[in-house]
Design a protein around this ligand. Structure first.
Ligand code: SAM
Length: 349
């Protein structure tokens, strides 16, 4: 596939405003990866999935991984899946009332994020998805509904209740069902075939197994003493929705009705350093090359990251990119000077 064709395909990946998304750095990431000869790209912290999707468009075989189940569905819908889509009739069936549906969402989240009708719709949707026999259709449905929930929410997060940050956007008044139908069209449009087989996985990067020598893209939550990068706190509702809160430790006393996050790697100073050491050992032992995204206002520092990589790989190159985060991460107020950071890409071979 030519790079012009790649750009056309990448342009149709749904926008998600996912915290830490590298949507605006795709060209830099692809250029850095191209310095390696490896043709299998492992996106070990895939998040929104936009990087993996872009690399698929650039002709790589792609493997994705994330600890969040909804991120896994996004990647399975638009990266692993190369052919399956949802029809308008599928959408109608997914949004229809279901007499076997549960009432967990209506009861647990009443008056918190969505209207009573929308909570009932989400309960019915959860029962309807289970009736789809194609796993890719299930992932497309989850991808579209979780994106719909994000669009319908001020700031696209679930860290507070009510509509406190309503900025008058039309999206906040658009019914969830309409967001869902629109999102299905966007995810459908993101599905394409580059002739290779891809894989989406769900688990921790520190224990993932990849057999073939690959280039592994490492874009973990960035640890900073000034802000948290807790994905579960922001997105707990989406994560709950894709399993109907099965096996999640809901904390009923919290205002937001979040669940206790089982994912603590990269969340504190000690665990961030330790997790990089474990991950890099594993990737070096597996014969992989790595491409790491990290930023200047986070820990480990640039020098510490270089030391860790040089201790394990022969050649390490760094690219610095001036980057302004427009939303959601590391000092998330627009115009805040903390938003201006150097974004680093470390390539270790
Ligand atoms: C900076 S974001 C990745 C953003 C992504 N590159 C994009 O462009 O959308 C970090 C991701 O790491 C995931 N994550 C956190 N801890 C993880 C772990 N131990 N293993 C795999 N993924 C993890 C989070 O769920 C989040 O999706």
């Amino acid at each position: 596939m030519t790079s012009a064709a790649a750009d056309i395909v990448t342009a149709v990946y749904p926008d998600t405003r996912f915290m830490g998304s590298k949507q605006r750095l795709l060209g830099h990431i692809a250029d850095a990866a191209a310095r390696s000869r490896r043709r299998t790209f492992v996106d070990a912290f895939s998040g929104s999935g936009c990087v993996a999707h872009h690399m698929k468009a650039r002709g790589y075989r792609v493997v994705t991984n994330d600890v969040l189940a909804f991120a896994y569905h996004w990647a399975r819908a638009a990266v692993e899946n190369s052919t399956v889509t949802l029809t308008p009739d599928d959408c109608t069936a997914l949004l229809a009332p279901n007499k076997d549906a549960g009432t967990f969402i209506a009861e647990t989240f009443a008056d918190l994020y969505f209207t009573d009708e929308e909570n009932a719709l989400l309960d019915a949707f959860s029962a309807n998805v289970a009736m789809l026999s194609d796993p890719y259709q299930q992932s497309l449905a989850y991808a579209a509904m979780t994106r719909a929930c994000l669009k319908r929410r001020p700031r696209g997060v679930f860290t507070y209740v009510g509509m406190r940050y309503d900025d008058g956007r039309a999206d906040l008044r658009t019914p969830l069902a309409d967001h869902f139908r629109a999102s299905v069209q966007l995810w459908n449009a993101a599905v394409f075939d580059n002739g290779l087989r891809h894989e989406a996985r769900h688990g921790s990067a520190t224990s993932m197994e990849v057999d073939e020598p690959s280039i592994v893209y490492v874009d973990p939550p960035y640890f900073s003493t000034r802000s948290d990068s807790d994905y579960t706190r922001r997105y707990h509702f989406l994560e709950g929705l894709v399993s109907y809160w099965r096996d999640l430790d809901l904390q009923p006393h919290t205002k937001t009705k979040k669940f206790r996050s089982p994912h603590l790697e990269f969340q504190s100073r000690t665990s961030a350093y330790a997790s990089f050491e474990v991950l890099f050992d594993r990737l070096r032992d597996g014969g992989h090359q790595v491409l790491v995204s990290y930023s200047s206002n986070c820990l480990p520092t640039r020098e510490e990251m270089l030391d860790m990589l040089r201790a394990r790989w022969r050649r390490v190159d760094v690219v610095s990119i001036d980057h302004v985060y427009s939303f959601g991460t590391h000092g998330h107020r627009l115009g805040n000077r903390n938003n201006r950071v150097e974004e680093y890409l470390f390539l270790a071979r």
